[in-house]
Design a protein around this ligand. Structure first.
Ligand SMILES: [Cu+2]
Length: 175
């Protein structure tokens, strides 16, 4: 019986895992700067436009710039479908934007893009932002995503197991 229970639970979570990508997750519809852009003017924020509303909570936009430091300053904000991340004045160089937002259906989605800043000298700050104590890595973005799935899977297993146990008990009582 125990084995059947585990198999049933695994099959159920497996079905959900297969079904999940078919559900409509928010997708990135555009950004400013755009992917691969060479910008020649100073900017104060990086904007990401999605195909539907996203949840600002648990969402992050890290803008890594020259010297491997994050140019993101303060918290992002969400207006309709657009996520705005304020940034420190850019120095000329290459930038990588790593974003992770929560879809309106509750699923995390993540991605990244890059752009190059070619800022005129008179618009360039004398200093970039101070490096954070811990440099953000790809792992920082991967972990929360996995945690969501792990937590979701764990909860489902518990629900399925509970349902089967209750069903079995009820069956015994009535028998
Ligand atoms: Cu989804």
């Amino acid at each position: 019986m125990k084995r059947a229970l585990v198999v049933a639970a695994l099959a159920f979570t497996g079905l959900l895992a297969i079904a999940a990508p078919a559900a409509a997750h928010s997708t990135l519809a555009g950004s400013s700067p755009t992917d691969g852009a060479i910008i020649k003017q100073q900017i104060s924020e990086v904007n990401l436009r999605f195909d539907e509303g996203v949840d600002g909570r648990f969402s992050t936009v890290v803008v890594n710039g020259p010297g491997g430091v994050s140019y993101s300053v303060g918290a992002l904000s969400v207006t309709d479908n657009t996520v705005s991340q304020p940034v420190h004045p850019l120095k000329s160089g290459d930038y990588k934007v790593a974003w992770r937002v929560v879809s309106s259906d509750g699923h995390p989605v993540a991605g990244g893009f890059g752009f190059t800043a070619a800022i005129p000298g008179d618009q360039e700050p004398s200093e970039g932002p101070k490096p954070a104590k811990k440099k953000p890595t790809d792992g920082d973005f991967a972990a929360p995503g996995w945690l969501w799935w792990a937590a979701g899977g764990g909860a489902l297993l518990a629900i399925v197991a509970l349902g089967l146990v209750l069903g079995k008990k009820r069956g015994k009582v009535s028998a």
